[in-house]
Write a protein that binds this ligand. Sequence first.
Ligand SMILES: [Zn+2]
Length: 220
Amino acid sequence: MHLNPQPNFCLHCGNALSFGLPDGDSHPRHHCATCGYIHYINPKPIAGTLPIYQGKILLCKRAIHPQRGLWTLPAGFMESEETVEAAAKRETWEEARAKVNLVQPIATISAPHIDQIHHFFLAMITNDDFKPGPESQAVQLVEYNDINWDQLAFSTIYLTLNHFFSELTRCNLQLDELMHSKDWYLKPLSQTIPDHLRKHYLVSKGTDIKTPPNASVSGT
Ligand SMILES: [Zn+2]
């Protein structure tokens, strides 16, 4: 499967494209000797949220392929001329019918092997009538102990949740404290997907999943 199909013909003039280094460029690309068109291939940005409601995280059970039936944070491909913030909010609405206020960036994860970059924001849900959107079978509010770490749909979801709970632990915060105080800032993750998670999807077997520290355990 080609992540980015290569065109054979110029999208402007229809003549055959050649592959090589265009004048003044640093990367070989498909380009047109007739009209000068250069076919650039760039990573696709994905935007999503880690949505919080009443001290719990909202997860969506996917109704569509890939990874149908597994759990995800609401996220998806950005649209043309959209901001990353607007895309994150739109995807949260489309997948979970949840309206959110974005609080802070929580993870930026590069996936160069699939030409993607994933941006997640920590967000607070503002409506109480959220429900599955067309791409979700179900939505569910979860605490740390409810999360089935081997039933997460994508490695970026695993990395984002793992980082979030690690940050709660580092800051000595409980999940339900996030709504009651603004006296906190979680360090955003900036990471490339590590080799052992460098499959297109995280699957339940054969991956080296480490459950993150339990941030929900208090001293009582
Ligand atoms: Zn051309």
